[in-house]
Design a binder for this molecule. Structure first.
Ligand code: GDP
Length: 296
């Protein structure tokens, strides 16, 4: 089920309660059941859903006092719990510091949208007055450097890469060095992906991380892959202690539920969401905004 439908189903479950003349535990239970079913069908991990349902029920019951508008309480409780589900306990997303080098390393599987997201992120920070450079450390995929170069040129972002050096660790280290010397404030390093999660990729990630010591590693995760997002994020987290996630392809018919579970499974906050193929299609993520939009 896509996110737009999830929002609609949650809304209609809540409306059902607000339309009832008597809001007893039966009505509340029906609503909780319908919200839970919708979340599970949207690929949110079942354990996460059960735990949310319990918390929501407790919250609604504990605030049920005479003279209080129960329908309002329920609406707010649903909103708050959904925020908590995507908020990762309010964990803070990395904030780059001005007038010093902030190295951001991007990891993720091939096709997730890593290279595109690197340029989007570069543009995002450049517009906010940072001096930004892009490094292409993907020596695995033929054409990766050309893609980054093309995107960077279009967005007028300085870039670094090599057609001859085959060692991604060397390219990453050289690129970061060069931009540091030139007093760049944000250095975004695009690393290679593979079609699958595999040992070689994870080893390469660890080596690059050792060489460039990123201030933040960011996992780029395709939101359209449904439940697979959770296991993918877990596998990456074992080798790369990424501190933030960027969810791509949240436009159109995104099945974002799996990605929401990935956030909880790795205890890592979402920093941005990608909402299209264009350079400006990147939005900084806040739980409240996301849930408000979800519920229309
Ligand atoms: P990489 O292999 O991870 O570097 O992935 P790419 O950056 O080459 O992106 C793979 C495909 O996904 C390209 O066709 C991108 O245009 C597309 N893409 C990336 N981000 C988004 C997004 O947020 N929304 C949509 N619709 N497409 C995206």
């Amino acid at each position: 089920m896509v996110l737009a439908d999830l929002g609609r189903r949650i809304n209609s479950a809540v409306s059902e309660v607000t339309r009832s003349s008597v809001v007893d535990s039966n009505v509340v239970d029906n609503m909780l059941k319908e919200i839970s079913n919708a979340l599970v069908e949207a690929d949110v991990n079942i354990r996460l859903v059960i735990s949310m349902r319990k918390k929501l029920k407790t919250k609604i019951e504990s605030e049920d006092k005479p003279g209080i508008n129960k329908k309002k309480i329920i609406q707010k409780a649903v909103f708050d719990e959904l925020c908590e589900l995507v908020d990762c306990g309010g964990a803070q997303v990395f904030k780059p510091k001005r007038k010093q080098a902030n190295v951001l390393m991007m990891v993720g599987l091939q096709g997730a949208g890593k290279t595109t997201t690197c340029t989007k992120l570069a543009v995002y920070y450049q517009r906010r007055g940072y001096k930004v450079g892009l490094v292409c450390a993907d020596t695995f995929r033929a054409g990766a450097f050309d893609q980054l170069k093309q995107n960077a040129t279009k967005a007028r972002i300085p870039y670094y890469g090599s057609y001859t050096e085959v060692d991604p660790v060397t390219v990453a280290a050289d690129g970061v060095d060069k931009f540091k010397k030139e007093k760049f404030e944000i250095i975004i390093v695009d690393t290679s992906g593979r079609h699958r999660q595999e040992k070689d990729l994870f080893e390469e990630m660890v080596q690059i991380e050792d060489a460039i010591k990123p201030d933040e590693t960011i996992m780029v995760l395709d939101a359209s892959i449904g439940q697979a997002a959770e296991s993918q994020a877990r596998a990456f987290k074992e080798s790369s202690n990424f501190g933030a996630i960027i969810l791509t392809k949240m436009d159109g018919h995104a099945k974002g539920g799996g990605a929401i579970s990935a956030v909880a499974a790795t205890n890592t906050p979402i920093a941005f969401i990608g909402t299209g193929e264009h350079i400006q299609d990147l939005e900084s993520f806040t739980a409240k905004q996301f849930v408000s939009k979800l519920l229309g």
